[in-house]
Design a protein around this ligand. Structure first.
Ligand code: SAH
Length: 390
């Protein structure tokens, strides 16, 4: 028999409708138990709401598993991960790098698994998942028999909120110093070993393809380029000049390396602060045919929302000044708490200020290896909008 925790009545609806997080304030009592313990959640009337992992140290006290699970063993993980992998195989059949498990959206709250070639990268972001790392590793080896190594990159601040330390390192097999894979026919070599800070953003994979399709014959400025993602795709798509900007030296170095190994000679990369760089470009009277904005998340919580909105306004306004009629603005936002309509509002307002008439020619989101659990808006975070200046 699993220990039973009781939900306060006012939260019943949200949980019954499928949300997977129960906050400390939603529970009638916070009993002491080992962080990560498997528990059963019940209504105040004694009806079961399913099982989940309990962590009395975290504000998210319970992460439900989406059903009645009596035993969480290797087979449980094999079944869930197999299901997750099957979806990716259908929707991204040729992907050499993709997110295998996207936490809640795969009913595995607290677990992220990415595959790069034959290397698996895992993040265990909750006590429940972290204390079952051995089971997860064995399950992954069964689901991916061709995998050669598994590394944990447990560096997210989310872990500290669960009382877990930040740590990274190889946990099974061998992990090469750089993982090689192709995305949109571009060869990438990303350093994922301990200590490296570049990594790779898998969620923009399909959006990069859109940029490639729109780039022929254009000059392209890729702001927040990281290891080159959009800039490389623009060059592949026939851009006459493709310049990437990022403030991280290792990212710029890696982006340059990618341009070289792919013979994308239209590419060049500059280490700079994008806000400063864009202002300088305006001062110099420079124009571009396409400007891409893919900044990091500007706000992780409501308190930072105003600053985030101001950041998006400034970036989009300045970028628009660099575009004339026929120009293309590509703007992304991964700030989960800024919904798409707010971003559209900001861009509409700023475009009016700088007298650019825009039409929206494409909208996208995170690639399908990052599915959205409808009951949890928290799983929908990426906005991707493409405008043409008319
Ligand atoms: N467009 C990339 C992902 C961008 S991630 C891709 O397709 O893969 C966000 C990037 O912004 C990071 O590489 C980070 O180093 C960079 N960054 C954050 N703040 C910055 C700033 N003020 N100026 C320039 N780069 C910045």
């Amino acid at each position: 028999m699993l220990p039973i925790l009781t939900l306060r009545p006012r939260e019943e609806r949200r949980i019954k409708e499928g949300h997977l997080w129960v906050f400390t304030t939603d529970l009638s009592a916070i009993p002491q138990m080992e962080p990560g313990s498997l528990i059963r959640l019940s209504t105040s009337d004694g009806a079961s709401l399913g099982t989940g992992f309990y962590n009395p140290l975290s504000k998210i006290a319970i992460r439900l598993l989406g059903g009645e699970i009596d035993v969480v063993d290797e087979d449980f993980f094999v079944e869930r991960i197999t299901r997750a992998a099957r979806l990716r195989a259908l929707l991204l059949p040729n992907a050499e790098a993709y997110r295998v498990v996207f936490g809640e959206a795969d009913l595995l709250s607290g677990l992220i698994v990415d595959l790069y070639g034959s290397t698996l990268v895992i993040q265990t972001l909750s006590a429940g998942m972290d204390s079952r790392k051995d089971l997860i590793v064995s399950a992954l080896r069964r689901v991916f028999p061709a995998a050669t190594g598994i590394i944990e990159k447990n560096l997210s601040q989310m872990r500290t909120k669960e009382g877990l330390e930040l740590t990274e390192g190889v946990i099974w097999g061998e992990v090469p110093s750089t993982v090689q894979f192709r995305e949109n026919d571009i060869l990438l070599e990303v350093d994922i070993t301990a200590g490296q800070k570049t990594g790779y953003f898998l969620d923009q994979k399909l959006n990069r393809k859109i940029v490639a399709d729109l780039s022929a014959g254009r000059t392209v400025l890729d702001c927040f380029c990281n290891v080159g993602g959009f800039a490389l795709n623009a060059a592949k798509g026939g851009a006459t000049e493709s310049v990437g900007i990022d403030s991280s030296a290792p990212a710029i170095e890696s982006a340059q390396h990618h341009a070289t190994i792919n013979n994308l000679n239209a590419c060049s990369f500059v280490k700079a602060n994008v806000f400063d760089y864009l202002r300088e470009q305006v001062a110099e009277g420079r124009k571009w045919d396409m400007v891409i904005l893919d900044p990091p998340s500007f706000a992780k919580h409501r308190g930072a929302l105003r600053g985030a909105l101001a950041g998006y306004a400034e970036l989009n306004r300045t970028a628009l000044k660099l575009l004339d009629s026929g120009g293309i603005l590509v703007t992304a936002s991964c700030t989960q708490i800024v919904p798409e309509h707010d971003l559209l509002d900001i861009i509409y307002r700023e475009s009016a200020r700088v007298r650019r008439r825009l039409r929206l020619i494409h909208r996208g989101s995170q690639a399908p290896d990052h599915p959205v659990l409808l009951a949890m808006p928290e799983t929908q975070y990426l906005k991707f909008l493409v405008f043409e200046v008319m």
